[in-house]
Design a protein around this ligand. Structure first.
Ligand code: ATP
Ligand code: MG
Length: 466
């Protein structure tokens, strides 16, 4: 365990905060995620300070003492925050809460230190460090949070059914912490989550998506994904992913069950890349396998066209999950093309097929191959080695064709301006069509990727366009 007392003592702002509290004759504590992460020696983000009294008044006095000019006050929530140097300090008055069924927004009343600690979601989040003069730096651990950190356990301080019922977002938070910290859930938690999965319907999509993506960003996302699946929560928040469960496929190349295969692919990507959109694309790559599943006498289960169909689902999924549309094309492309590299392995593949792939995948080539490599989840090491070396072969071909064609930023060597001049036409769709025809000729290998041949070709096809 990190020497947190030393850490707290060395920080100027904690010392000044302690003095201000003393002057105001109130009690203050550092609480919640900050204390948990301090003990776990994880990266620290905002500092939450619990004020037994008026949090706004305290924030105001402390900011003046620290010489901070800009303070944000949220009167309705009784919270305030400011930056001191680059540290985000948050202040909240101690409170008690009671919940109504329809909403996760509690009725809030002023409370004691105990009240405030009691309403927190998991034992590991109930820890507090006193900033008060009489016991400065002392850890207050009412619910055995330190022990649970040592046991790597997510556990609610009170009854889990009640805890989740009061605020169903806590179900997702439990899974997310398990995934982020690689902790286990106390056994009563999964049961409670299963029972209350449908309650997640009252949570706003933004909050659900935020937690879901924290799971995807965690070191081993399958931990959280499997908890979502096993509890039936996945069915509520992401039914398409839930539907992958129990879908059987051939197991020479992949894992037998499409959901478990997908989990493995996401973990494989996560082990080599922090790009959460690549991880999301991995989660989506086989999403349309259930509705395209057919039985073929010769080869067994097939999923023809699942990559096309899956890519067509992305817009709807992005909309419903409130994901940023700026990432839509990227995910759609990776889903649509994830089988293409396999198709390019054979020795008979022409340069033009390789060129088309290079141009369609564009700057996302590396990510595409990362996903393809991650997609190999066979348990047979010989097969894995062979499949991986096949992708190496494809990459060699790609490098070779790129080298020869200088295709990196591919577009017609004859530009629009010149086309307009030669054909004597204004900017119009026709200009685009002529350009595309030239580009197609290059991709098909009819002409080389250079100005001279492109210009001659344009003159040859001129009549077709006038
Ligand atoms: P992270 O910052 O990684 O999201 P965190 O635990 O710090 O994790 P915050 O949202 O910053 O989460 O909340 C700070 C603290 O507030 C938590 O540690 C916990 O004690 C309490 N808390 C947050 N959300 C809830 C909730 N839904 N129910 C009960 N307590 C909560
Ligand atoms: Mg936090």
């Amino acid at each position: 365990m990190l020497n947190f007392k030393k850490y707290i003592t060395e920080k100027e702002y904690f010392k000044v905060a302690s003095q201000v509290a003393e002057e105001m004759n109130i009690q203050i504590y550092v609480v919640g995620g900050f204390v948990r992460d301090l003990i776990l020696d994880r990266k620290l983000d905002d500092v939450d300070i619990l004020v037994v009294g008026n949090g706004l008044d305290f924030a105001k006095k402390l900011s003046q003492k620290l010489g901070v000019k800009k303070v944000d006050y949220f009167k309705t929530f009784g919270t305030a925050h400011f930056f001191y140097k680059d540290i985000d300090l948050e202040f909240v008055g101690a409170r008690t809460e009671s919940y109504s069924r329809e909403s996760r927004n509690p009725e809030v009343e002023i409370g004691t230190f105990e009240d405030d600690i009691n309403r927190r979601d998991f034992t590991i989040n109930t820890l507090a460090i006193s900033l008060n003069k009489n016991n400065f730096g002392e850890l207050i651990d009412k619910f055995g949070g330190v022990k649970d950190i040592e046991l790597k356990l997510i556990k609610t301080p009170l009854d889990p059914v009640e805890t989740f019922n009061d605020d169903p977002l806590r179900i997702l938070r439990a899974f997310r912490f398990a995934s982020q910290l690689n902790f286990k859930l106390d056994e009563t938690l999964l049961e409670a989550a299963t029972k209350l999965a449908n309650r997640l319907e009252i949570i706003s999509q933004e909050r659900v998506t935020e937690e879901f993506f924290k799971i995807l960003k965690s070191p081993k996302p399958s931990v959280g994904l499997k908890l979502l699946f096993d509890s039936g929560v996945m069915e509520v928040i992401f039914p398409e992913v839930a539907n992958l469960g129990g879908v059987e496929q051939r197991n020479d190349f992949h894992h037998k069950d499409v959901f478990l295969h997908t989990c493995q692919v996401v973990d494989n990507v996560a082990s080599v890349s922090d790009n959460v959109w690549l991880r999301f694309a991995a989660l989506m790559h086989d999403i349309a396998k259930p509705p395209t599943k057919r039985f073929d006498e010769k080869v067994g289960w097939t999923f023809h066209g699942h990559e096309e169909k899956g890519s067509r689902w992305m817009k709807y999924i992005f909309k419903r999950m409130k994901l940023p549309f700026s990432k839509l094309d990227y995910v759609r492309k990776l889903v649509r093309l994830h089988l293409r590299p396999i198709a390019l392995i054979s020795d008979e593949v022409t340069d033009s097929a390789i060129r088309r792939f290079i141009v369609t995948i564009g700057e996302d080539l590396e990510d595409m191959i990362t996903l393809c490599r991650a997609d190999i989840t066979s348990k047979n090491p010989k097969k894995v080695t062979r499949y991986l070396s096949n992708y190496e072969k494809v990459m060699d071909k790609v490098r070779d064709v790129k080298e020869r064609d200088k295709l990196r930023e591919f577009q017609s060597p004859v530009h629009g301006e010149e086309i307009m001049k030669i054909f004597n036409i204004p900017p119009s769709r026709k200009v685009g069509e002529i350009k595309t025809t030239i580009e197609e000729a290059i991709l098909d290998g009819k002409i080389g990727n250079n100005y001279k041949e492109a210009f001659e070709y344009m003159m040859k096809i001129k009549d077709e366009f006038t």
